[in-house]
Design a binder for this molecule. Sequence first.
Ligand code: MG
Length: 304
Amino acid sequence: MKPVNTTSTLPAKVTIVEVGPRDGLQNEKKLLDTSIKIDFINRLSTCGLPVIECSSMVNPQWIPQLADAEEVIGKIDRHPAVRYPVLVPNEQGMQRALTAGATSVAIFIAASEGFNQKNVNCSIDESFTRFEPVMALAKAAGVEVRGYLSCVMGCPYEGKIKPMKVATIARRLIELGCYEVSLGDTIGVGTPLQAQRLIQAVSKQVPIEQLAIHFHDTRGQALANIFACLELGIATIDASVAGLGGCPYAAGSSGNVATEDVVYMLEGMGVESGIDLRALSETGNMICQQLQRTNHSKVARLYQ
Ligand code: MG
């Protein structure tokens, strides 16, 4: 009989970064009242989530869904055990975030020149130049900065992206002062062995404890990709309650993996996340009602 491989090592505990109120809502068509967003974040805060990305300081002309960022940040009930990062595109956005009282921010860049040009209208090197004053302001204010690196497994304009290229930019983000780099499969093209090869390459340049994964379920691969990375020691996962946020590159398709489905998988494998799955599912169902859309979490549908 052929022997089976019985070694599978998973982390004992995983940190979930909830991105629904920012990455989710920015890609939803329906605009929500500020009070609903505040209620949404307050409810998420009671679910055991350690990190809730709550809004974005991107120009409201580009993302009207999050035009009320200051009010949301100022009015949410901040739980002492929860961090509430805000996305900032540049120095001006960073200043807005600080004025609003943000204590945690995130910057973003793509692993593909073509995507970076389309998204922020500059090269990867120019993005790093723009980050310098952002980092200086963050340092002076004692604010932590997370780095988002997108298109790590493929770009809508350039196709395949080499893992070495991702590794080099991830390392530059850490050298710049980011405490963590979130690797985003922005168009949801990756498959599990590709995800493992990516983590193997990037973890040669950045300690694996400083890496997070941000996978999209556009082609139904997100949970498989997450599991593949857990096996290599990744212990921080970005996810969006109810799978909020469609795929901006394929109308009607799934984007962010649903937090509830990730939590269910972790629970079943004995990996601790600290999250109350029922409370989270009910919160996801509530926000889907407000958005008048279907809940993209398969697990949450069981709690409807
Ligand atoms: Mg996303």
